[in-house]
Design a binder for this molecule. Structure first.
Ligand SMILES: [Zn+2]
Length: 437
C-alpha cells in the first residue's frame, strides 16, 4: 500500500488542534509529529492552512440500490460521498425491495466493499417497511447492522415501535425514526403555515414531527431502549430532545445541511428541488437548529442524500418526490451553519465524523464486521480514514460538477466557502484537490 505524508496541516483532535505532520502507511496512521521527514517513495501532500481530521461518516444516505439505479447506485453514491469527504456511509433501507432481510443486507455490504469507502447498512425495522410485522432484527444484527429504521416513513403504530425497542435493546442496536405522523402530514408538500396557504399548497405541520418525537421519548422512557431521531427540523423538536437528554434518556439526533441553511421561502417559486420530508421550515426554526448545533445538541449532521431521476423530480411541486442530494455539499454547508469565521474545527469534525461514528458504532472500540474504524483521534495505529478541509476556498456549486448519478441539488449556482480537498479512505488517496484520483 502507498505511503502518504500530510504536511503542515491543522490536526483536529477530539478536544484540541495543533499544527503538524501526519504519516499514513499500509492503511494506518504511522506517525504524528510536529515535523516528519518523508520516507522514500512517500506521496507528500502539502496541507498548510487546511484542517486534517477523521474522515466523515454519514448516518443517512439513500443509495437507491437495489431498485432505483437510474437515480443512484452503491458505487456512484460512494464516489459522491468520497468527493464530499465521507469515508463511511450508512445506507438507508428504503430501497425496492426494502433492506429487511439477511440476503439483501449482505448484497449491499458486498457491493459496498468494492467501493472506495466503507458502506454500512441500516436495516428496516418492519417487514417491507410496512409498519406491521417486525423484520428479523437479530439476524441482521449478526451481520453487523447497528441501526434499524423504516426511514421514508416513521413507524406509525406505537405498539409496533414499543415491541421493536424491546427486541433491539439486548441486541445493542439503535432504532432511528423518521418523525412524521402520517395522518397529520397526509397530502402535504411543504411546511404548513401562512406561506403554504398563500401558495395554495397543502402543508405538513410541525406538529406531525413533534408528536412522534414526544411519543418516542416516552417509549424510550418506558422500555429503556435507544432511539436516534433522524433529520429534526423544528425548534420544538430540538427543545423536546434536549429535555429528554438532560433526563438521561438514551436519545441521539441529527440535523441535515438543508434544514440548517434553507427555509420554507425557497418553496415560493414552486421549484421541486426544494421539496423534502420533513419540509423546509420557518427562518426561526433554522435559527433554533443552528443554535442547537453550536451548543452541541446534535450528535451528527447527516445528509439525507436522496437522489431522484430528473423525470420524477421535474414534476409539479405537489407531484414530485421529496428529497435532495446532500453528500457533495454537506461539509461546506455545515461550516456555514457553524458560522465560518467562528467555526470551531473540533465541533466541525465532531458532527461530521466523531459523533456519527459513535451513533453508527464504527469506532475502533466498537465491534464492527467487515468495516474499518472511523471517527478516531488521529493517533498512531488507527485506520487511515482522513478528510482534509480547506476553510478558505471560495467556490460555486454547480449541478454539472456533481458525481452523483442524480442532479437534484437545491444549491446550483450558490456561492460557497470552505471545501473538502482531500479524502483518504481505507488507506488510499481517493480524492485530491476536489478531484477523483
Ligand atoms: Zn427520512
Amino acid at each position: 500500500m502507498t505511503t502518504y505524508l500530510l504536511r503542515h496541516g491543522l490536526l483536529v483532535g477530539p478536544d484540541s488542534t495543533r499544527v503538524g505532520d501526519l504519516l499514513i502507511s499500509d492503511g494506518r496512521i504511522a506517525e504524528v509529529a510536529a515535523s516528519i521527514n518523508a520516507p522514500a517513495g512517500a506521496t507528500v501532500i502539502d496541507v498548510e492552512g487546511r484542517w486534517v481530521g477523521p474522515g466523515f461518516v454519514d448516518l443517512h444516505t439513500h443509495l437507491r440500490e437495489p431498485g432505483q439505479e437510474a437515480a443512484e447506485t452503491i458505487e456512484s453514491g460512494a464516489v459522491a460521498g468520497a468527493v464530499g469527504g465521507y469515508c463511511a456511509l450508512v445506507a438507508m433501507p428504503n430501497t425496492e425491495p426494502a433492506l429487511d432481510n439477511v440476503a439483501l443486507v449482505s448484497y449491499v455490504l458486498d457491493q459496498g466493499a468494492r467501493t472506495p469507502v466503507d458502506v454500512a447498512v441500516a436495516g428496516a425495522i418492519t417487514q417491507g417497511r410496512e409498519g406491521r410485522h417486525l423484520a428479523p432484527l437479530a439476524e441482521m444484527a449478526a451481520l453487523g447492522v447497528r441501526i434499524f429504521t423504516d426511514d421514508g416513513t416513521g413507524v406509525q403504530d406505537p405498539s409496533v415501535m414499543r415491541r421493536a425497542l424491546d427486541y433491539a435493546r439486548p441486541l445493542r442496536v439503535r432504532l432511528a425514526q423518521h418523525c412524521e405522523d402520517e395522518a397529520l402530514a397526509a397530502g402535504g408538500s411543504m411546511n404548513e403555515g401562512v406561506l403554504s396557504s398563500r401558495l395554495g399548497l397543502v402543508g405538513r405541520p410541525a406538529l406531525a414531527e413533534e408528536l412522534m418525537v414526544m411519543r418516542d421519548i416516552e417509549l424510550v422512557r418506558l422500555t429503556g431502549g435507544a432511539v436516534h431521531f433522524l433529520h429534526l427540523s423544528t425548534s420544538r423538536s430540538v427543545a423536546l430532545v434536549s429535555a429528554a437528554r438532560s433526563e438521561g434518556l438514551d436519545v441521539t439526533c441529527e440535523v441535515t445541511p438543508h434544514h440548517l441553511t434553507l427555509d420554507e421561502t425557497f418553496c415560493a417559486g414552486f421549484d421541486a428541488q426544494f421539496k423534502v420530508h420533513p419540509p423546509l421550515r420557518t427562518s426561526s426554526d433554522v435559527m433554533a437548529l443552528r443554535q442547537a448545533l453550536r451548543q452541541g445538541l446534535f450528535d451528527a449532521v447527516a445528509t439525507d442524500h436522496a437522489p431522484h431521476s430528473p423525470e420524477l423530480k421535474d414534476r409539479a411541486f405537489d407531484e414530485a418526490p421529496a428529497g435532495m442530494l446532500g453528500l457533495e455539499h454537506a461539509a461546506t454547508l455545515t461550516y456555514q451553519a457553524l458560522g465560518t469565521d467562528e467555526c470551531d474545527p473540533v465541533k466541525f469534525y465532531s458532527v461530521l465524523s466523531r459523533g456519527p461514528a459513535r451513533v453508527a458504532q464504527l469506532r475502533a472500540s466498537d465491534q464492527r464486521i467487515r468495516l474499518g474504524a472511523h471517527g478516531g483521534d488521529l493517533r498512531v495505529g488507527e485506520d487511515a480514514n482522513i478528510t482534509v478541509f480547506d476553510p478558505r476556498v471560495e467556490w460555486t456549486a454547480r449541478r454539472e460538477d456533481l458525481h452523483s448519478r442524480a442532479r437534484n441539488t437545491p444549491y446550483d449556482g450558490r456561492q460557497l466557502r470552505g471545501r473538502v480537498t482531500t479524502t483518504i479512505a481505507k488507506g488510499q488517496l481517493v480524492v485530491h484537490e476536489g478531484g477523483l484520483q
